[in-house]
Design a protein around this ligand. Structure first.
Ligand SMILES: C=CC1=C(C)c2cc3[nH]c(cc4nc(cc5[nH]c(cc1n2)c(C)c5CCC(=O)O)C(CCC(=O)O)=C4C)c(C)c3C=C
Ligand SMILES: [Fe+2]
Length: 404
C-alpha cells in the first residue's frame, strides 16, 4: 500500500496531487453537507482503511446508499494508506473548566491552570506565594459565583459544549475515533494520551479548540503531547482563516440578524493576552485581526460597521488593546444603541462569553441606554462540526502523505 501510494506520487506532479487533495476535501465537504445520517463505518475520504481495495469498497457502498447518482471514488484514493482508523485517534482539546461551581472546585482548577508557565511565566519564587496566598484565596469564591450564574444542568458550559462538539465531529468523521479532552481539569489531556497509548493507539491528531494560535493556549496543548513520546502525534496549529470556519461564523451573524434584526455595529471580542507575549512574537493578535477582517469581509461589512476588541484581562500588566469594556464605552458615547457582539476566539460558549459578555457587559451597556446582543459561539452547530471535520481531514491527509 505504501508502495502503491509512492508510485502514485511519482506518477503525478506535486501540483496535481495538491489539486486532487483539494478535490477530495471538497467532495468530503459536499458529502457532509448533503447527507443527513451516515451509515456507521461509512467512508468518504478513504482516510482510514487498511487496503486500497477495502477503501474503494467502503467508499462505493456509502455512495451507493446515500448518493446513487454520485460516482466514482476519488482519483487520489491510493494516497490514503496511513494513518489507519484502528490505531489513530483525533482529540479536540479545550482549555478546561471546574467540575462544579463551588469554591473548592474552582480553586483546584485555577491552581492547575495558573501553574502552567505557558500561561504565567513569572519566576516561581514570586508567582507561587502570590498564587497560593493571595490570588487563589481571594479569587476562587468570586469566580465560583460567576460560574454558578451560567452553569447548565449537565455541567459547565465549556465542558457540555465541548463534549457535544466532539460528538458532532465524530458524526462527520465516522471513519476515525474522535475524542475530547481538557488541558486543565477533566477529562485530562495527559491521562487520555496515556490511556490511548495503553490501548495500542499509535497516532494522535490533536485539534486545540483555539482558532487563533497562542503560546499560552495552543503551545501548552503541544507540551503535553510532547511529554508522551510513545505516540506518534501531530497538532493542528490554528484554523483562524479556514474558509469554512469563517463562513460558519459569518452565517451565525447573518442568521441572528435575520431573526432579531440588524444591529448598528458588530463587535468582535477576543480573549485578551498580555502585550508582553505579543512583543515576544506570539502571533495571536495578528491571527485575531486576520480572523476579524475575514469575517467582516464575508459579511460585506464596511470598516466603520465593526470593531475588534479584547476581553478577560487578568492581573496588572498591560494586555492587548482596545479592551472590550473601553470599546463599548466608546460605542455608547458615539450614540450607538444596538450593538451585536460575537466572540470568534472561543470555539464554544464558556464563562468568558456567557458571564462576562452576555451578562456583565450587556448590563453595563444597558446602563448607558444601549442594547448589547450576544450572538452565541458556534458550539456544536452542524456548520462548526463540518468546518472542523474539514480541518481534520486536511491534516490527516497531509500526515498520510508525509508518512508515505
Ligand atoms: C495570565 C492569565 C491568562 C492568560 C494568558 C489567558 C489566555 C487565554 N485564555 C483563553 C481562553 C479561556 N480562558 C478562560 C478562563 C480564564 N482565563 C484566565 C487567565 C488567562 N487566560 C483565567 C484566570 C480564567 C478563569 C476564570 C477567571 O478566573 O476569571 C476560559 C473559560 C474557562 C471556563 O471554564 O469557562 C477560556 C475559554 C484564551 C483563548 C487565551 C489566549 C489567547
Ligand atoms: Fe483565559
Amino acid at each position: 500500500m505504501v508502495q502503491a501510494s509512492k508510485q502514485a506520487m511519482n506518477r503525478h506532479g506535486i501540483g496535481e496531487r495538491l489539486h486532487e487533495r483539494r478535490i477530495v476535501a471538497m467532495r468530503g465537504r459536499a458529502d457532509r453537507a448533503s447527507r443527513s445520517s451516515p451509515p456507521a463505518g461509512a467512508d468518504r475520504s478513504g482516510l482510514s482503511h487498511p487496503s486500497e481495495h477495502s477503501i474503494r469498497q467502503t467508499f462505493r457502498r456509502h455512495h451507493s446508499q446515500c448518493h446513487p447518482m454520485r460516482m466514482p471514488a476519488p482519483a487520489s484514493i491510493a494516497a490514503y494508506d496511513t494513518p489507519s482508523a484502528a490505531d489513530t485517534a483525533v482529540v479536540l482539546v479545550n482549555l478546561g473548566t471546574p467540575d462544579a461551581p463551588d469554591t473548592a472546585s474552582v480553586r483546584r482548577y485555577l491552581a492547575e491552570f495558573l501553574h502552567d508557565r505557558r500561561v504565567v511565566d513569572m519566576s516561581r519564587w514570586l508567582w507561587c506565594p502570590l498564587l497560593h496566598f493571595a490570588i487563589l484565596p481571594l479569587r476562587s469564591g468570586k469566580v465560583a459565583h460567576k460560574y454558578a450564574s451560567v452553569w447548565l444542568p449537565e455541567g459547565s458550559p465549556l465542558a457540555v459544549h465541548t463534549r457535544r462538539l466532539a460528538e458532532a465531529v465524530q458524526r462527520e468523521l465516522p471513519q476515525v475515533r474522535v475524542l475530547h479532552a481538557m488541558r486543565y481539569g477533566k477529562p485530562s489531556w495527559k491521562q487520555l494520551l496515556l490511556d490511548l497509548e495503553r490501548q495500542g493507539v499509535r497516532r494522535v491528531l490533536a485539534l486545540p479548540l483555539y482558532p487563533q494560535y497562542s503560546t499560552s493556549t495552543t503551545a501548552s496543548v503541544g507540551d503535553v503531547l510532547d511529554a508522551v513520546p510513545g505516540l506518534s502525534s501531530r497538532m493542528v496549529r490554528e484554523y483562524h482563516l479556514d474558509p469554512d470556519w469563517v463562513a460558519a461564523v459569518a452565517d451565525s451573524v447573518r442568521r441572528h440578524r435575520a431573526i432579531h434584526g440588524m444591529g448598528e455595529h458588530l463587535l468582535m471580542s477576543f480573549h485578551g493576552l498580555p502585550q508582553r507575549f505579543a512583543a515576544a512574537g506570539d502571533p495571536y493578535p495578528r491571527h485575531c485581526e486576520a480572523s476579524a477582517q475575514a469575517i467582516a469581509q464575508a459579511l460585506g461589512l464596511p470598516d466603520d460597521a465593526w470593531t475588534l476588541s479584547y476581553q478577560s484581562r487578568f492581573g496588572r500588566e498591560r494586555w492587548l488593546e482596545p479592551s472590550t469594556t473601553d470599546t463599548l464605552t466608546a460605542l455608547a458615547e458615539r450614540g450607538l444603541r444596538r450593538v451585536d457582539v460575537i466572540a470568534p476566539g472561543f470555539a464554544v460558549d464558556c464563562l468568558e462569553t456567557l458571564e462576562e459578555v452576555a451578562i456583565m457587559l450587556a448590563e453595563e451597556f444597558a446602563a448607558r441606554g444601549g442594547e448589547l446582543r450576544y450572538i452565541p459561539c458556534l458550539n456544536d452547530s452542524p456548520a462548526h462540526a463540518a468546518a472542523l471535520a474539514g480541518v481534520i481531514e486536511r491534516e490527516l491527509d497531509e500526515w498520510a502523505e508525509v508518512a508515505a
